[in-house]
Design a protein around this ligand. Structure first.
Ligand SMILES: Nc1ncnc2c1ncn2[C@@H]1O[C@H](COP(=O)(O)OP(=O)(O)OP(=O)(O)O)[C@@H](O)[C@H]1O
Length: 270
């Protein structure tokens, strides 16, 4: 080794001690994540962490990069640069595909509900519990007591106990959203990513959705919720992060973030 090499500082990619602590304690760790589409930076050195057991709300104007952020976490989009780690830095998500990431315990709820409309609410949940949505004819065989108990618990959480024998297609829009959240819960994810869950819901459904997500979070699931509805975000009562042009513009309580002049300028004051 030459003298120059011995004197060279540690490589820039090696995290500083404080960052290392953040990495090992975080459930989800993004550092300087950049995604470019045809020269346009959808994510621009995006960095944030989610702690185990934390629920976080993500707000921001259209095109801020919220969907791209979720695409990166779930392996749908590969970042050009940056680190994405799960489980206290043990798992590099940029090396895994979407199925592997889902298996690790990251569940994603897209904006539009996708339930089996011609099957009962109960069968929708049974299928999810079995983790084999395509094996429709085989689901009615023996079901363990533990599975039945889990189904009952999930129905309580998603407020559909009274609706289990109805067809999926007969539920209201809000109830379909809850059913799909229940189907994700059946996979017992460590981290749940939820994209605009209350769009199109009634005020009552919106309020119940905040309650339902708080319960899910209190039961040990970390949650990241992207949402534009500020009443709902206030009801969640969690840390808020505002994205703008692919980076974190502000982070803190909803009151702190809403008082930020840049946030008012680019988002709230529209
Ligand atoms: N596959 C793609 N090809 C080209 N540009 C893309 C692609 N996906 C996203 N973009 C662009 O990247 C930017 C970020 O988009 P993204 O969907 O992540 O924003 P968003 O915050 O989710 O917006 P919204 O609130 O409207 O859903 C936008 O300008 C979008 O047009």
């Amino acid at each position: 080794m030459t003298d120059t090499a011995m004197l060279a500082p540690s490589t820039p990619s090696e995290p500083a001690p404080a960052e290392k602590k953040e990495l090992t304690e975080a459930l989800l760790y993004l550092d300087a994540v950049t995604v470019t589409f045809d020269g346009f930076r959808a994510l621009n050195a995006l960095s944030f962490t989610v702690d185990p057991g934390e629920m976080r709300a993500v707000i921001g104007p259209n095109g801020a990069g919220k969907t791209t952020m979720m695409d990166v976490i779930t392996g749908k989009t590969r970042p050009d640069r940056g680190d994405v780690f799960f489980n206290g830095g043990t798992t590099d998500l940029t090396k895994l595909d979407e199925t592997q990431i889902a298996t690790l315990g990251i569940g994603r709820k897209f904006q539009k509900p996708t339930v089996f409309e011609n099957h009962t609410v109960l069968d929708n949940l049974r299928l999810a519990l079995k983790g084999q949505r395509r094996a429709l004819p085989n689901i009615f065989h023996r079901e363990s007591a533990a599975a039945r108990e889990r189904i009952d618990e999930i129905f309580e959480t998603i407020r559909l106990t009274e609706h289990r024998e109805r067809l999926g297609g007969a539920l209201s829009h809000g109830q379909k959203q809850w059913l799909e959240i229940g189907m994700l819960l059946a996979q017992d994810p460590k981290l749940l990513l939820v994209d605009e869950p209350v769009a199109g819901m009634t005020d009552a459904e919106t309020a119940q959705t905040a309650e339902l997500l708080r319960e899910i979070n209190a039961n040990g699931h970390s949650v990241v919720v992207v949402e534009h509805d500020m009443t709902f975000v206030r009801d969640l009562g969690v840390r808020v992060m505002c994205l703008h042009e692919g980076s974190v513009l502000a982070e803190g309580t909803l009151d702190q973030v809403s008082a930020n002049e840049r946030v008012i300028e680019v988002y709230l004051g529209r």
